[in-house]
Design a protein around this ligand. Structure first.
Ligand code: AMP
Ligand code: MG
Length: 510
């Protein structure tokens, strides 16, 4: 396995991590390796099927040229300061210089570290499959995320609620630095190390924060304020991205918040089936702190914790507060733009906010399926030609130009009349734009996914993988890579969830 490496995190110094070796697994098998992620690292598909590759991604051999270490961070868990956490079951193998940029490679589940606390340093196959699939789902949806290079399964027993087996996901990202990495040094009263970490992250990932207009003199702290502004912006966009696909992270603790605005640390996440704004995907989150509707506000709260840490190097509290204040408008603007696209609207007009709010309400009242509501809405193109009377009488039939049936949309709602009434308003709104309906349909289908990583589908992949059948995982990886285009023979992956799906409980146990 030949790669170029440049281990920049290791160069930060020994305070930031502990050097250590991974603990190999028994009888590791490669379940899957992602060719697209391999290509980012400069690895050919052939390289991903060699014994050398398996040895590295199963924790049996170090990355050639790498520098294996576990990083330290702290964080707020469920709103409470938790003190030191750190990579309890993650090993950073090193940083690979890829054809288009550098990527850190991390193994999740490769054994204990000084930060394992009560944990065993392992990850079970069940949760590893979930992380693997979720990374792909996000890539397919165009949502910033850490990537997954490979999934390895092994024989080692791992005790959770029951005895399960161990697995390792090799994750890849430009950086795994978290909000909690900054909180760590601020809480330890080490502004020098907060500054060092900020300088590192800015130089590598936010170089735009370094540029000062010619002739302008500014305080040395100004760059850190711009850095916070940039992280606020990326985080607000990430939240809007999550909200419009019905994604719930489940454990939005500050140690799970990427400084790069990536979706990070897939645990008890979920893509919503029936819409409920208060949906809680993490069975352990009894108070719903991380419910779907709460995610943007929680992200904002988490950014406050980051700003608090930066306060140790930026004495100007007002400047930091101003940076934080940009969260809400940035988030709302992004929501407006993404929701317009989902509805196939090219402009933002008076009344659109109410129209969209009312759609959420109609969906909420019927617990209408999140993804299918938007997908099927695209297939009601004849709307522009129907009169309100026709529509009201013809909720089950085909209207207008005959190219689309309203029935699949209306069938998603218990309250069909309410859905029909909303459709009439939507039709009138669509009629205010001159987009040909064919164009609107294809625009909508390009942003509203057909194949969604529903919990029950993930569960089916997990069970097949546990039986040693990797074909379901491969199918799902293919579908999630291109979730917007319908494929023949794959109808069952686009079906509404079966009754048992609502009984699946996903907790922090992983
Ligand atoms: P999480 O909320 O899953 O992101 O994890 C919170 C903290 O617990 C992090 O420091 C993890 O590294 C650590 N952790 C979680 N599971 C384990 C495990 N099985 N062994 C060691 N540490 C763990
Ligand atoms: Mg975590």
């Amino acid at each position: 396995m030949k790669v170029n490496t440049y281990n920049s995190f290791a160069a930060l110094g020994l305070e930031f991590y502990t050097r250590l070796a991974t603990t190999p697994l028994n009888n590791p098998r490669l379940v899957h390796a992602d060719h697209a992620v391999g290509a980012l690292l400069g690895l050919s598909p052939q390289a991903l099927s060699t014994p050398e590759f398996l040895a590295v991604v199963s924790g049996s051999a170090p990355l050639p040229g790498g520098d294996t270490l576990a990083t330290v961070y702290s964080g707020h868990q469920f709103g409470v300061w938790a003190g030191q956490l750190g990579d309890g079951r993650a090993h950073l193998l090193g940083e690979i210089v890829g054809p288009q940029g550098n990527w850190e490679v991390q193994l999740k589940g490769a054994g204990m570290t000084p930060y394992s606390r009560m944990g065993d340093g392992r990850a079970v196959l069940r949760s590893s499959v979930r992380e693997y699939l979720a990374s792909q789902a996000m890539v397919g949806l165009g949502i910033p995320t850490t990537r997954a290079l490979s999934l390895v399964s092994a024989d080692d027993p791992v005790m959770r609620e029951t005895v399960e087996t161990a697995a390792i996901v090799a994750r890849v990202a430009p950086s795994f630095v978290r909000f909690g990495s900054f909180e760590h040094w601020a809480s330890r009263k080490r502004p020098d190390l907060v500054r060092q970490l900020a300088d590192y992250v800015i130089e590598r990932f936010y170089p735009e924060c370094l540029s000062v207009a010619a002739g302008v003199t500014e305080s040395p702290e100004a760059r850190y304020v711009r850095f916070l502004e940039a992280v606020v912006r990326r985080t607000a966009l990430l939240m809007a991205n999550w909200q419009v696909v019905g994604f719930c992270h489940g454990v939005m603790n500050t140690d799970n918040m990427s400084i790069l605005g990536l979706t990070l640390d897939y645990g008890p996440y979920g893509f919503m089936d029936g819409f409920d704004a208060r949906h809680i995907c993490n069975h352990t989150d009894t108070n719903g702190r991380y419910a779907w509707h709460a995610q943007p506000a929680v992200a904002h709260w988490n950014l406050y914790q980051l700003a608090n840490s930066l306060f140790s190097i930026v004495p100007d509290a007002e400047a930091l507060r101003n940076a934080l204040d940009a969260f809400e408008p940035t988030f709302l603007n992004a929501m407006q733009s993404y929701m317009s696209k989902k509805l196939g609207l090219k402009t933002w007009q008076a009344g659109d906010e109410v129209l969209i709010d009312d759609l959420w309400s109609v969906m909420q009242a019927s617990h209408a399926d999140f993804s299918m509501t938007f997908r099927q809405l695209a297939f009601a193109p004849g709307l522009t030609e129907a009169t309100p009377g026709q529509l009201a009488l013809d909720l089950g039939g085909t209207v207008g130009d005959g190219s689309g049936s309203l029935k699949p949309f209306i069938d998603l709602f218990v309250d069909r009349e309410a859905a029909g009434a909303w459709l009439i308003r939507y039709r009138d709104r669509v009629a205010l734009e001159s987009t040909p309906w064919q164009q609107r349909v294809s625009d909508m289908l390009a942003v509203n996914p057909l194949y969604v990583l529903r919990n029950y589908l993930a569960q089916q992949v997990i069970e097949a993988t546990q039986r040693g059948d990797f074909s379901e995982l491969e199918n799902m990886m293919d579908l999630l890579a291109a979730p917007f285009s319908a494929r023949a023979g794959m109808e069952r992956y686009a079906a509404l969830p079966p009754h048992w799906a609502s009984k699946i409980e996903v907790s922090c146990s992983s």
